[in-house]
Design a protein around this ligand. Structure first.
Ligand SMILES: Cc1ncc(C[n+]2csc(CCOP(=O)(O)OP(=O)(O)O)c2C)c(N)n1
Ligand SMILES: [Mg+2]
Length: 799
């Protein structure tokens, strides 16, 4: 129903807003409104035509539907016109509803920031992207979108990232906070990540955030439930947001002011979403039939019906505020403070197009006849389809001059190019005979925290309520927790002894999140884009338990897709987490490490390897052609090698693998391992070496890099790292691979040089136990490696 908003009219809403903000609202000058109205029309035309061209005019080679969303685009054309051509300032950053991509491209085209060629190749190779993409569409896109809900959440975490920089005076222009703006489809609010983000935003007292909801009451499949949205405004208000509802346009407001007009308002308010949508589709005749049936007894309503022909009645009844430019502009301009604001803009999906309101319109495309009619109505002559100003009733010079003065298109760069932060030549290697990689991580960060200078200042850590259990405690004790306000540690004040110092202030360098892994990845995405978005580079490190990567995996993919740069430390991991049991143990994550573009993964076994890799990661996330890094760490304390690490070994650790025990000449067997099973691999190697002293022991620090290097080298026809390492063995020598992860992580090694292979690993859910029991039960203990070595040798003999 359209009835859930008590104070529905834009005028009333604005009066309330003006009152609240103590300001008089100025009407827009006529000529500005005329320009914007003309551009709104052009944006609708170009977005519709772009999709039409891609589907009906561009030759198809594969018979696939190209697609594009004409209805979703039409729904948001007014809102985006208002924002991009008038409301946005250069420092604002926007996440555009994914399926409004054509509107976005059309706007950039009119601003001279997109080419006709790319519009003509919309959804084609090298053309304007189906969904706005930071990496492929270039600098006009602030945040990529595509997986619904994530772009919306991203703006909230970008706002936290902006505050983090501003409050530390790290922003180049500290006085000019940008507004982080999401243009969201109403069905995006079905995605749980939105509400996880809302809660986190409230905790962090988030500011400068606008979510503009295109409330067309339709999703992909259907018209949304009447009951659903009734709670949304209350929810936002509960989280401290201002809710601005743009419901009725000026035509409807005027009709309501007439005799009996309030009956019309009540009728619309009570109209179920599906009936309203169906009547939008049917047009004037449909409206008349229903209004006559329900309201004919009111003389004022009869007068309204008599004074409107079918077309005018349709215009009146679909005059929702989200399509009323003046109302939209007034609402946006009325908000001048930094309180987070949700604009709920009533719109019609497919507004102005023949399938407006039809429940099946999400993927609907206008056919050629419909397009011909639409083109005629738009006054666009055949051949002038891509002309920016064809068919508009404002002179070209006036529009050009207007476009030249659009505030958002000012000279400030939308994307900053920032120099790298210098990383020290080496990170300290924690000493100790027995250490886990997780403990080593905590101590390395603790050492960095004790230092000063730019490097330590730019590191920012974040964790979803596992700060202490992922060993960030020392870092947090020394660097503090970030908060907009100074907050003391109550336990400390009350002299309650604790190893953790939990002081919060704007100077803190750890962002503590609630348990929501999706939020962690969005926060990392935002921090990891601080350089290009805000002009100051941060070195973000996020920690979580390895198995819970899966909880946030779409957000992780989203972060990588837009080339955000961060280090992910996943610990504890594997069944090595032993007593914690199967619900906390991870199995397949190293395969995510292998398969996730934009993310290089490592699983070091020793503290000295970790120190090398963490240092490399801090540079890799800053390299132009670099990416993010995932370090899978363990809580298992293991005996550390006492060894110097020279440049060659360091290089091999980074490259992916090295011989921990060199194979002898003509070696007939090798054991290859990754991560926390190093002691078992070493013990097995030692036992085998009594009979086969040439046996090699290969330490693999990165199955991911080893694999990608092998593949790339193979395609080039060269020998990669893996091939060179295995060339040390006799041809056809058998291999045993072992890791606390799915065996497919390493089993591909058999394909490198055709060595027979027995791959060990975990392919069932884990359970509680100690390491010895679990390694035995899952076949990754010393005995299992020895058995596998024997079988591998038999295999090789048989081969
Ligand atoms: C995570 C995810 N699930 C499913 C989809 C497929 N999908 C694309 S748009 C859409 C519905 C969008 O409805 P709404 O947000 O109301 O947008 P509208 O087109 O109505 O503006 C769906 C389910 C998606 N893009 N992302
Ligand atoms: Mg919708």
């Amino acid at each position: 129903m359209l009835s859930w908003v008590p104070e529905a009219g834009v005028e009333r809403m604005l009066r309330a807003l003006d009152g609240g903000l103590g300001r008089e609202r100025q009407a827009e000058p006529e000529d500005k409104l005329a320009c914007l109205t003309a551009l709104e029309r052009k944006v609708l035309w170009l977005s519709t035509w772009m999709i039409h061209n891609a589907n009906h005019l561009r030759p198809s080679r594969d018979g696939l539907k190209v697609g594009g969303h004409q209805a979703s685009s039409a729904s948001v054309a007014t809102l985006m016109t208002a924002l991009y051509f008038d409301v946005l300032r250069p420092q604002d950053r926007v996440a555009v509803k994914p399926h409004a991509s054509p509107v976005f491209h059309a706007i950039q085209y009119l601003l001279g920031r997109q080419t006709r060629d790319k519009l003509e190749r919309f959804r084609g190779f090298g053309g304007a992207q189906s969904y706005p993409s930071r990496t492929k569409d270039g600098e006009t896109v602030d945040f990529s979108t595509g997986s619904v809900g994530l772009g919306v959440g991203m703006t909230l975490f970008a706002s936290i990232a902006q505050d983090y920089l501003r409050l530390k005076r790290l922003m180049p222009t500290p006085d000019l906070p940008g507004r982080m703006i999401a243009l969201a489809g109403d069905a995006e609010l079905d995605e749980g990540n939105i509400f996880e983000a809302l809660l986190e935003g409230w905790k962090h007292d988030v500011r400068n955030l606008w979510w503009v909801i295109d409330y067309n009451r339709q999703s992909l499949d259907a018209v949304v439930s009447d009951r659903l949205f009734g709670r949304i405004d209350a929810l936002f208000e509960m989280m401290g947001w201002r809710v601005v509802t743009l419901k009725y346009g000026r035509l409807l407001e005027a009709a309501f002011a007439r005799l009996d007009g309030h009956h019309l308002r009540e009728w619309i308010d009570a109209c179920p979403n599906s009936l309203y949508s169906a009547l939008v589709y049917k047009g004037g005749e449909g409206w008349r039939e229903h209004l006559l049936r329900d309201l004919n007894r009111y003389p004022g309503i009869r007068a309204i019906l008599d004074s409107h022909d079918d077309a005018a009645l349709h215009r009146l009844m679909t005059n929702l505020a989200g399509h009323d430019l003046a109302s939209v502009l007034a609402a946006f301009h009325a908000v001048t403070d930094d309180r987070p604001t949700c604009f709920i803009a009533y719109t019609i999906k497919g507004y102005g197009l023949p399938f407006a309101g039809h429940k099946d319109n999400h993927a609907g495309l206008m056919n050629k006849d419909q397009m011909a009619l639409f083109q005629r109505d738009m006054g666009v002559a055949p051949g002038a389809e891509w002309e920016p100003f064809a068919g508009l009733d404002v002179p070209e010079e006036q529009l050009s001059a207007f476009l030249a003065g659009v505030p958002m298109a000012g000279s400030a760069p939308r994307r900053h190019d920032v120099p790298p932060v210098t990383v020290p030549a080496a990170l300290p290697v924690p000493r100790g005979r027995r250490l886990s990689t997780q403990e080593a991580f905590g101590r390395i960060l603790g050492d960095i925290a004790a230092g000063d200078g730019e490097f330590a200042e730019r590191i920012v850590t974040t964790s979803p309520d596992v700060t202490v259990s992922t060993n960030l405690g020392l870092w947090v004790n020394r660097r503090g927790i970030f908060d907009r306000a100074e907050r003391t540690d109550t336990f400390r004040e009350e002299n309650v002894v604790s190893a953790q110092r939990w002081t919060m202030s704007p100077r803190g360098q750890h962002i503590e999140l609630g348990i929501a892994e999706s939020n962690l990845f969005l926060q990392l995405a935002a921090l990891g884009l601080a350089g290009p978005l805000f002009g100051t580079r941060l070195l973000p490190i996020g920690t979580l338990y390895d198995p819970f990567i899966k909880r946030g995996q779409d957000a992780l993919n989203y972060a990588c897709y837009q080339d955000a740069r961060f280090i992910l430390v996943a610990t504890p991991s594997g069944i090595t987490l032993a007593p914690e049991g199967g619900a906390h143990q991870s199995v397949g994550e190293p395969l995510t490490g292998l398969a996730q573009p934009g993310l290089t993964s490592f699983e070091p076994a020793y503290a000295d390897e970790l120190a090398i890799l963490l240092r490399w990661a801090l540079e890799e996330i800053q390299r132009e052609a670099g990416g993010s890094v995932y370090l899978r760490l363990s809580t298992r304390p293991i005996e550390q090698p006492q060894r110097p690490i020279g440049p060659n070994l360091a290089e091999a650790i980074i490259a992916a693998a090295y011989w921990l025990r060199e194979p002898g000449p003509g070696a007939m067997l090798a054991i290859a391992y990754s991560g926390a099973v190093a002691p078992e691999a070493l013990a097995a190697h030692q036992a085998v070496a009594e009979d086969l002293p040439e046996t090699g022991l290969l330490a693999i620090t990165s199955p991911d890099r080893l694999h990608s290097d092998w593949r790339a080298a193979r395609i080039r026809g060269e020998a990669g790292v893996a091939e060179r390492l295995l060339a040390r063995l006799r041809p056809g020598a058998p291999l045993v691979t072992v890791g606390d992860c799915h065996p497919a992580t390493l089993s591909w090694l058999g394909a490198v040089a055709g060595n027979p292979i027995v791959p060990l690993g975990v392919d069932r859910f884990g359970q509680s136990g100690d390491v010895a029991d679990l390694y035995r039960a899952y076949g990754i203990d010393t005995e299992a490696i020895l058995d596998a070595a024997a079988r591998a040798c038999l295999l090789a003999l048989a081969g």
